[in-house]
Write a new protein. Structure first.
Length: 228
C-alpha cells in the first residue's frame, strides 16, 4: 500500500566506511547532480523506518585508491521491457539529474534494473539514484549481485530495506531513505565481512514509492576494479 508523504527534504542514510589500520584511503570521487528542491526536515510518514542517527549532508565517503565506476555505459536490462518513459540504457549513461528527461519510468509492482559489468569485478560501493525531483521514499529497495544474468549462481543480497517482506524476498534490516540528489550509497564490503564482493551482475529492485506506484530509475554506478 502506498503511504502518504508530506513534501519535505531529508537526506539519505549511510554509515561512513571504517578506516582499516594502515589502509590508504581517499574520498569516493562522486559527481552529484544538482538538488532539485529545498525544504525543512519534518516528521517522516507513519510506518517508515529511517535512520534517526543521520544528521546533515553525507560526509565524503572514504574508499581504497584506484576505484572507478565500472557501470558507466554498460548494458542494462530490466523487468519491464517497455518503459513508460525513457530508455533502459539511460540507467548507466551518467545523467543523474532530477529533470524529467533523466529517469526511466517502469510500471507498478516489484521492478528491477540490472547492469552487466562484462566480467566478474571487485565491487566496493554501489551508488544509485531513483527520481529525486521531490523527496519521496522508494519502497522495498533491494540490491543484489550475482555471477549469472538469471541470478542463480553466486547471488548475494547487499542491501534490503523491505522490513515487512512485501516483495517476498526476505525481511531486510536496512533503513528506508528519502530520495535526494545525493543518491543512495551501499558499501558492498560492509555486507561481505569487510571484503569486496566479486560479481558480474548488479540488480536493484523497487516497488513504488510514497508518491505513487510507479518505479523511476535514474542512474546506477558500481565502484570497484578488476579482481587482483
Amino acid at each position: 500500500m502506498i503511504r502518504s508523504l508530506i513534501p519535505l527534504m531529508f537526506l539519505v542514510s549511510v554509515v561512513c566506511a571504517p578506516l582499516a589500520a594502515g589502509e590508504d584511503l581517499v574520498p569516493l570521487a562522486l559527481e552529484l547532480p544538482k538538488p532539485v528542491f529545498i525544504g525543512t526536515p519534518k516528521a517522516a510518514p507513519s510506518g517508515v523506518r529511517l535512520d534517526k542517527n543521520r544528521k546533515g549532508p553525507r560526509k565524503p565517503y572514504m574508499v581504497e585508491k584506484g576505484l572507478s565506476n565500472l557501470a558507466f555505459e554498460k548494458p542494462v536490462t530490466a523487468s519491464d521491457k517497455e518503459p513508460i518513459i525513457g530508455e533502459i540504457k539511460q540507467i548507466t549513461d551518467g545523467d543523474k539529474e532530477g529533470a524529467s528527461g533523466s529517469y526511466v519510468e517502469f510500471g507498478p509492482g516489484l521492478q528491477w534494473a540490472q547492469v552487466d559489468l562484462g566480467a566478474a569485478q571487485e565491487i566496493h560501493v554501489i551508488m544509485f539514484w531513483f527520481y529525486h525531483g521531490d523527496p519521496r521514499i522508494y519502497q522495498d529497495v533491494i540490491v543484489q549481485v550475482a555471477e549469472d544474468a538469471d541470478f542463480i549462481t553466486g547471488v548475494k543480497t547487499i542491501f534490503n530495506n523491505d522490513f515487512d517482506n512485501s516483495a517476498g524476498m526476505g525481511v531486510g534490516n536496512d533503513f528506508e531513505f528519502f530520495e535526494v540528489n545525493e543518491g543512495q550509497l551501499v558499501d558492498a564490503k560492509k555486507a561481505n565481512d569487510g571484503k569486496p564482493v566479486k560479481a558480474r551482475y548488479v540488480r536493484i529492485f523497487s516497488k513504488g514509492s510514497t508518491a505513487d506506484e510507479m518505479n523511476r530509475f535514474t542512474e546506477i554506478e558500481v565502484w570497484g576494479r578488476k579482481p587482483k
